[in-house]
Ligand binder design. Structure first.
Ligand code: GLP
Length: 241
């Protein structure tokens, strides 16, 4: 696992955008793994800037999202389907129909999970997967005790994650209790995992992920088993390493 301690979210964004730009230059049809949450926002802003100012093109690429709330219609502004569009997809030239996410309204979520994993595999797998980490160590929506080889499936959010995510809703009661997320096994199949964490609130989770035991209680620790994982943190998020 490669750990990069950078001076600011902007510095992190520039390193990650370089890696994504290199992939797109090498292979315009690169399959990207996108994440929602505040952590990757500066990366998206930098990629949008490069698209606008330097002509960086995503026109031939495809992208898979990590996770989705169950029961929220796709058109809901807080569905991850909507969020990734308003924060990134709508500002670049990727074909929005080539940006996939689990269907949180699928009649049979078990079948939907299997379909989603099969779609990723059929696309040739994910080249670079962006990740954030929750304060309890979750990645995607794989909460503590998630199996390290799990596949895309339904999970129940912890109260901590619901309260962390309540800021996006009017009230914590509106945060869905259930989600569909790529499993830790699914995520681990991406060829390069790139996790971004900034701020003191993430320091404990980052220390557990990087220096703690590989264990389901800290889902992020699965990165220790990956052949090509890069963790980019600022000084605050690195403060307990
Ligand atoms: C959410 C998302 C994760 C994200 C995490 C941290 O629950 N499902 O993909 O990494 O929370 O979010 P943030 O980056 O806003 O701190």
């Amino acid at each position: 696992m490669e750990i990069i301690i950078a001076a600011s979210p902007k510095a992190i964004a520039s390193i990650v955008a370089d890696a994504i730009e290199d992939l797109l230059t090498e292979h315009a049809g690169t399959v990207l793994g996108l994440a929602t949450g505040s952590s990757p926002l500066s990366v998206y802003q930098e990629l949008i800037r490069r698209h606008r100012d330097n002509g960086l093109s995503f026109a031939k690429s495809r992208a898979f999202l990590l996770d989705e709330y169950l029961g929220l219609p796709r058109a809901h502004p807080q569905s991850y389907h909507s969020v990734i569009r308003s924060e990134f997809v709508d500002h670049i030239d990727i074909d929005p129909t080539h940006v996939y996410s689990p269907d949180g309204e699928a009649a049979d979520p078990v079948v939907e999970g299997q379909r989603y994993d099969a779609a990723i595999a059929a696309a040739g797998g994910i080249e670079l997967q962006l990740l954030g980490i929750g304060t309890d160590g979750h990645i995607g929506f794989n909460e503590p005790t998630s199996s390290l080889r799990s596949r895309t499936r339904v999970k129940t959010l912890t109260e901590q994650t619901r309260s962390d995510n309540a800021r996006f809703f009017d009230h914590v009661d509106q945060v869905p209790r259930h989600v569909m997320t790529q499993g830790l096994g699914t995520i681990s199949e991406a060829r390069h995992l790139v996790l971004v964490a900034t701020g003191e609130a993430k320091a404990e989770a980052v220390a557990a992920m990087v220096e703690g035991p590989v264990a389901a209680i800290c889902p992020g620790s699965v990165l220790q088993l990956h052949q090509h994982a890069t963790v980019l943190v600022d000084e605050d998020a690195a403060s307990r390493l």
